[in-house]
Design a protein around this ligand. Structure first.
Ligand code: NDP
Length: 321
């Protein structure tokens, strides 16, 4: 079968389209024929070497497809099921071996492509808005990169929960998408000072900042928080933040800081099914809209990485084997 692998960290050019043996299911595993693999920013961190992995590796932590075989002791899925998953490496391929515990059977009316687009970014937006800071009516949140994969979903879920949403984006086109996803206010942080704008829009600041941009936004974000507000640093698409002095939290108003990860919010099968059930159910019911305009052939994974890193994409980017 074909897969996209990397043998050394580096730029998009290290991604190679290769022939590799088709996986066979071990006990507890199912084989998924991949219809679509999700591209996520974390793939860039692994590819560039910011996050370490054993090499060579097949990138990709998310896919949707059909179960074609199961190993011994699999009770969660059967051959022919339409499924999606996240959190298991190897999705940039025609077939993937996945622990059946991590698979979610898609509800009727949700396609495997939608499943691939929803699992990682959708459940991330879910835990950010429902668990890390359970947004409620009366809250205002600041969402950086609001037209990105997580961003558009987070705007919609934040609105569902009744919060006022301020989004930041780099271009007018992205601003339009963030507004369509429910953002009440959108700041072009490449042209406007987002700190001054947030202060102007809120007076006292926001209850929570959802920051996935990191290096270029993190420090100023603290000045956007209301007293005892929460800074949620959940990514670093502009680069890692430097060392952090906790005294900042005191000086700026008894603030809180957290650096959460999806892995710890779907650690048990019950929690995985609960979050995936909500997200996929909202998609089926038309309450949560996926944007999947950016599709690349699997062999063009390097091009897809360039587009994501070059801030050219909006919503989900899918790779089609
Ligand atoms: P996005 O679709 O959001 O793409 C990244 C966006 O970041 C860009 O489109 C761009 O939007 C913005 N950005 C700002 N500065 C830069 C820069 N210097 N270089 C590149 N992009 C920049 O990606 P994802 O939705 O896949 O991921 C968003 C973030 O969320 C990532 O940081 C990712 O690591 C993180 N994440 C964290 C998870 C967790 O559990 N902790 C889980 C899932 C994702 P604009 O042009 O509008 O500025």
């Amino acid at each position: 079968m074909k897969a996209v692998r990397m043998h050394a960290p580096g730029g998009p050019e290290v991604l190679t389209y290769e022939d590799v043996p088709e996986p066979q299911p071990k006990a507890g595993e199912a084989i998924v024929k991949v219809d679509a693999a999700g591209l996520n920013y974390i793939d860039v961190y692994y590819r560039s070497g910011l996050y370490k992995a054993e090499l060579p590796m097949t990138l990709g932590l998310e896919a949707g497809g059909t179960v074609t075989a199961v190993g011994p002791n699999v009770t969660e899925v059967k051959v022919g099921d339409k499924v999606a998953y996240t959190g298991v490496a190897g999705a940039y391929a025609q077939y993937a071996a996945v622990p059946a515990q991590r698979l979610v059977v898609l509800p009727a009316g949700v396609s495997t492509k939608q499943g691939a687009a929803a699992m990682l970014q959708g459940m991330t937006a879910h835990y950010l808005a429902c668990s890390t800071y359970p947004l409620k009516k009366g809250d205002t949140c600041l969402i950086h990169a609001a037209a990105g994969g997580v961003g558009l979903l987070l705007c919609q879920i934040a609105k569902m929960r009744g919060a006022r949403v301020i989004g930041t984006v780099s271009t007018e086109d992205k601003a339009k998408l963030a507004r369509e996803a429910g953002a009440d206010e959108v700041i072009l942080y490449t042209k406007q000072d987002f700190e001054a704008e947030v202060k102007r829009l809120t007076g006292k600041g926001v209850q929570v900042v959802y920051d996935s941009v990191g290096k270029t936004t993190f420090d100023k974000g603290f000045n956007c928080l209301a007293l005892r507000g929460l800074m949620v640093l959940y990514g670093q698409s502009s680069g890692p933040i430097g060392p952090f002095d906790p005294q900042v939290l005191n000086a700026k108003g008894s603030l809180f800081l957290t650096r959460p990860s999806l892995v710890h919010h779907v650690a048990t099968r019950d929690e995985l099914l609960l979050r995936a059930g909500d997200v996929l159910g909202w998609i089926r019911d038309g309450k949560l809209r996926l944007r999947t305009e950016f599709e690349f052939a699997l062999k063009d994974a390097a091009e897809a990485h360039r587009a994501l890193e070059g801030r050219k994409t909006t919503g989900k980017v899918l790779l089609i084997p």
